[in-house]
Design a protein around this ligand. Structure first.
Ligand code: AMP
Length: 326
């Protein structure tokens, strides 16, 4: 189980941190993937735009390879059981730990005028999304590690108090480590809301992709053989590892180690490889977004699958708590 907020169009971090794993998991597991529209309300977005973003993110999920016939692909607000479970899990979450959450502290810094309770209990809603399907594996990027640890704590407390209802979920990635796709300016990660010029979107046109990569931060190059790479240079190599051929990567690694690397050439190559990677996803997304009837059917089918799983879980939850009075 996993989800992506429709706070904007998807970017390379969403793809390599999350979607790439979703697509592989659909062949091996019973999967639930959703567009997390309720989560995005914590930052008070313009809800006229939200409608467009929900459809767009749904289309991007499919364009990246998710098959709505094989997985439950749904919109979070179409599954009201989520809110009910969120209420029960809120009783398992303590103020102190919620206030200490890194993402809460970051958001409180970014929007001091809107530190609402939904922002504080964001990890509880996320835990509800996951355990609503009694999911164990949660494909996410590295930024979500702490939330998953919190979800495990809420689950342990619930199980301890009321009996074993939920398995403990964990962050999942097919590679060895969770992924963090760095931003092109070498400062932090690619993100929907911040540093738009340093983030590569799955909808960027070819020239925008080339131009963003061309402007990525570099320097005058290494001065000693096999010198450690500064963050922004290892970020560029990191991006290359995601989309370029092995011999291309090896060539630039060797050039770097021998202090003969030309960053202009490297960025040009990376630009072309990135265009080759992103263009087909962009074109597919455009076609799907225009097919409203299809998207509506996908959402209805996804909601029905997700609600049926959610209702099964809620029966167990209420029995365990003792809310079945007759
Ligand atoms: P969000 O866009 O915050 O709703 O995140 C959706 C998914 O994308 C989550 O699994 C995140 O961990 C993942 N994600 C977002 N940004 C990045 C990034 N820069 N690198 C890796 N994964 C990311």
């Amino acid at each position: 189980m996993s989800g992506i907020r429709p706070t904007g169009y998807l970017h390379l971090g969403n793809y390599f941190g999350a979607l790439r794993n979703y697509v592989r998991m659909q062949d091996e597991y019973d999967c639930y993937f959703m567009v997390a529209d309720l989560h995005s309300l914590t930052t008070h977005p313009d809800t006229k735009e939200l409608r467009n973003h929900v459809r767009h993110v749904m289309a991007e999920n499919i364009a990246c390879g998710l098959d709505p016939d094989r997985v439950a692909l749904y919109c979070q607000s179409h599954v009201p059981e989520t809110a009910e479970l969120y209420l029960f899990l809120n009783m398992m979450a303590y103020m102190g730990e919620l206030e200490k959450t890194t993402t809460f502290k970051e958001k409180a810094r970014q929007q001091p005028e809107n530190i609402n309770a939904g922002l504080l209990t964001y990890p509880v809603l996320q835990a509800a999304d996951i355990v609503l399907h009694r999911a164990t594996l949660v494909p996410v990027g590295k930024d979500q590690e702490q939330h998953l640890e919190m979800a495990r704590n809420f689950v342990k407390r619930f199980n301890h108090r009321y009996g074993e209802v939920f398995p403990e979920p964990r962050a999942f990635n097919y590679g060895e480590e969770l992924v963090k796709v760095p931003s092109l300016d070498g400062a932090g990660k690619m993100s929907k809301s911040e540093n738009q010029f340093a983030t590569l979107y799955l909808t960027d046109d070819d020239d925008t992709i080339r131009s963003k990569i061309k402007k990525a931060k570099t320097d005058s190059g290494p001065t000693e053989p096999s010198q450690p790479k500064p963050d922004y240079i290892s970020g560029l190599f990191g991006l290359m590892k995601l989309v370029s051929a092995e011999d291309t990567i090896r060539k630039f690694e060797e050039d770097y180690d021998r202090c003969v690397i030309r960053y202009g050439d490297m960025k040009k190559q990376l630009g072309e490889d990135m265009v080759r990677f992103i263009a087909p996803i962009r074109e597919k997304t455009e076609a799907i977004t225009h097919d409203e009837k299809y998207l509506k059917e996908v959402m209805e089918k996804g909601a029905s699958k997700a609600r049926s799983s959610a209702q099964g879980t809620m029966r167990l939850v209420k029995e365990a708590i003792g809310l079945n009075y007759f």
